[in-house]
Design a protein around this ligand. Structure first.
Ligand code: C5P
Length: 218
């Protein structure tokens, strides 16, 4: 069977991470969370006090950084930032650096390298539109704002402890707005993506819908 490139996009809390991980596990593919790369760059920019709106400086910092994203760990320059990048400060820093076109080209080039031989499930905001416009399968996962906020609030990777849903909902809405309205690679579903509304659906349901679509490509 030919190793496919599977692109999964959508806003935060739509279920991309869980679904991408399970699908990659079933297919024996590599799972890459591209958002973790923007988070790691945001983390390093904050640490080094590089202004988050300075495209040239943040791009240089990203270019110089060794970023490694596996299914379970994120490191930048050998430092394990797996947990450190899941905080509200880094939510904001990542969304900030992700608006910068030069930073995006550094990370997009690395993402393309990772997918060059196929056998990859990559999740993000622009995977089906920019990173892999010729992906074999493009999914766009969405869910109602309430459900997305509930999921995010109860995700211990993000909050450490369950957070107030209303607070998370406000932050999610702000971040969605930045992601959807930015000039560089805004979040939208590719014309040839299959949009799956995950509201009220279990992970199993979404995974079986996705696997049915993927099997058609073999
Ligand atoms: O998915 P996650 O919330 O971890 O992504 C962090 C930030 O990185 C998002 O706010 C989004 O702006 C950005 N991002 C992006 N392109 C991607 C993945 C994430 O711009 N492919």
């Amino acid at each position: 069977m030919r190793p496919l490139v599977i692109a999964i996009d959508g806003p935060s809390g739509a279920g991309k991470g869980t679904v991408a991980r399970v699908i990659a596990g079933e297919l024996g593919y590599r799972h890459v969370d591209s958002g973790a790369m923007y988070r790691a760059v945001g983390w390093k920019a904050l640490r080094d006090a590089v202004p988050l709106d300075d495209d040239a400086a943040v791009a240089a910092l990203a270019e110089a950084a060794a970023i490694d994203v596996t299914g379970t760990q994120v490191t930048i320059d050998g430092i394990d930032v797996t947990r450190a990048i899941r905080t509200p400060d880094i939510d904001r820093a990542a969304a900030g650096v992700a608006r910068l076109p030069r930073v995006r080209s550094v990370l997009v080039a690395r993402q393309r390298e990772m997918g060059a031989d196929g056998g990859i499930v990559m999740e993000g905001r622009d995977i089906g539109t920019v990173v892999f416009p010729d992906a074999d399968v493009k999914l766009y996962l969405d869910a109602s704002p309430d459900e997305r906020a509930r999921r995010r609030a109860n995700d211990p990777a993000h909050t450490g402890v369950p957070a107030a849903v209303a607070d998370v909902a406000t932050l999610l809405t702000q971040r969605d707005e930045i992601d959807r309205t930015r000039t560089a690679s805004p979040l939208y579903a590719a014309g040839d993506a299959i949009v799956v509304d995950t509201t009220g659906k279990s992970v199993d349901q979404v995974v079986s819908e996705a696997m049915a679509l993927i099997r058609r490509q073999f």
